[in-house]
Design a protein around this ligand. Structure first.
Ligand code: 4NP
Length: 159
């Protein structure tokens, strides 16, 4: 694989998937692979299209050393199955919604993001939207583990 194209998907594209985009981009840039790995995020829902990430997601990302200020929410579309090799869902509902959209014959990877982390014992990044500060901190911690594991997997697959 010459180049990997990764799309992170959650429900609103204002909490979990922009956090994943920002953290993974940071890891990929540090690894010197920014020209080999394309990264984006989207939501299955349409409520927040065009909006910045949630202020709490921005604040906790910033506290942990990541900037997601410049991201804007968009909704996932059928064309994303052509544009991306990896569609990575934050939770089981996001995965089911994407599976319902998957075109026949598409040969990319549609998986739960945390499935790349061996032995984690957790399959989903829980939705923090109606939660508290600790829920947003948990998102950062889980996404960091997912991003490290994903980078290792993709690095092995790039030639
Ligand atoms: P996200 O969180 O899927 O991680 O962006 C949510 C954001 C907004 C809503 C739900 C989850 N909402 O219902 O508006």
């Amino acid at each position: 694989m010459q180049k990997a194209r990764v799309l992170f998907v959650c429900l609103g594209n204002i909490c979990r998937s922009p956090t994943a985009e920002g953290i993974f981009r940071h890891r990929v840039t540090q690894a010197g692979l920014a020209d080999r790995i394309e990264i984006d995020s989207a939501g299955t829902g349409d409520w927040h299209i065009g909006r910045q990430p949630d202020p709490r997601a921005r604040a906790f990302a910033s506290e942990a050393g990541y900037s997601i200020e410049d991201l804007r929410a968009r909704q996932v579309s059928a064309g994303d199955f052509e544009r991306f090799d990896y569609l990575l869902a934050m939770d089981a509902q996001n995965l089911a919604d994407l599976q319902a959209m998957q075109p026949p014959g598409w040969d990319g990877s549609l998986e739960l993001f945390l499935s790349f982390v061996p032995g984690l014992g957790l399959r989903e990044v829980p939705d923090p939207y109606t939660g508290d500060d600790d829920d947003f901190r948990d998102v950062i911690r889980l996404v960091e583990q997912g991003a490290d594991a994903l980078l290792e997997t993709i690095r092995r697959r790039l030639d």
